[in-house]
Design a protein. Structure first.
Length: 252
């Protein structure tokens, strides 16, 4: 069971009404595996790559290790923020391999696995319910943004699946030189939008990068959750298991 490290301090700031619904002036989303995914998925390709490299792990084992590793990495990174992209990548990779039980082989496996993932080219597809959710929020007048730990091509990827025009801002970690959960990437959004933290709601699938990252600067969060990790409750954080459920937590 994964839990929040005791050294991660969370800022308490509210922007909800009397019935407990969020009233954000801006909603930001993670990109990969929140709005858009791939077929086969990134973690399915990791499982395939590990099997081909002689270190077989089931898809469920890889997924669980990834989500546990994300929380572990955030617990190490947030208290030491700001941190470099290199520090983020090294810490996240180390935590992932630790949770896979493959840390002793990480130096050998890491580069080979990365190369295999490049060779396994997936098809990009929308997450179930994502397009309808974006359309509904857009119709209701909500400004939307993306904050993504990605490869510098988030805007192009949004354009490829036809959702680029929904977003007034797309923040890509590679382009910015800073990764979630570093507070600077969330502060970039706040400064550009001219908003205070409790006026923003962030939605993402990674408890460490997305939820802890957002709450660490006072931004309210919705976790697009799973049953593989069970992090403890946090103030001003809600959990959904289908994207359409987000609408139940927002005041229209």
């Amino acid at each position: 069971m994964a839990s929040i490290g005791p050294s991660v301090k969370i800022i308490r700031m509210n922007q909800t009404n009397d019935d407990g619904l969020f009233e954000p002036r801006l909603i930001s989303f993670d990109f990969g595996d929140t709005l858009v995914t791939a077929e086969p998925s990134y973690l399915a390709r990791v499982a395939q790559g590990l099997s081909e490299l002689g270190r077989p792990k089931s898809f469920e084992e890889v997924k669980a290790a990834y989500f546990r590793g994300d929380i572990k990495a955030a617990g190490r990174l947030i208290p030491n923020a700001p941190f470099s992209t290199g520090e983020f990548e090294q810490t996240f990779s180390q935590c992932f391999f630790e949770e896979l039980g493959l840390m002793e082989d990480a130096a050998e496996l890491g580069p080979r696995l990365a190369q295999r993932l490049i060779e396994l080219r997936p098809q990009r597809v929308m997450m179930p319910g994502a397009e309808g959710l974006l359309a509904r929020l857009h119709e209701q007048g909500y400004p939307l943004a993306i904050i993504s730990n990605n490869d510098g091509l988030t805007r192009e990827k949004c354009r490829a699946v036809g959702i680029e025009d929904y977003f007034f801002m797309i923040i890509d970690s590679t382009a910015e030189g800073v990764n979630k959960p570093d507070p600077r990437i969330f502060q970039k959004l706040l400064m550009s939008a001219g908003l205070k933290p409790p006026e923003v709601l962030h939605v993402g699938d990674l408890w460490g990068c997305d939820v802890l990252g957002a709450r660490n600067v006072g931004i309210n969060a919705v976790w697009f959750g799973n049953s593989l990790v069970t992090p403890g409750p946090l103030p001003e954080v809600r959990t959904i298991f289908r994207l359409e459920e987000l609408l139940e937590h927002i005041r229209f």
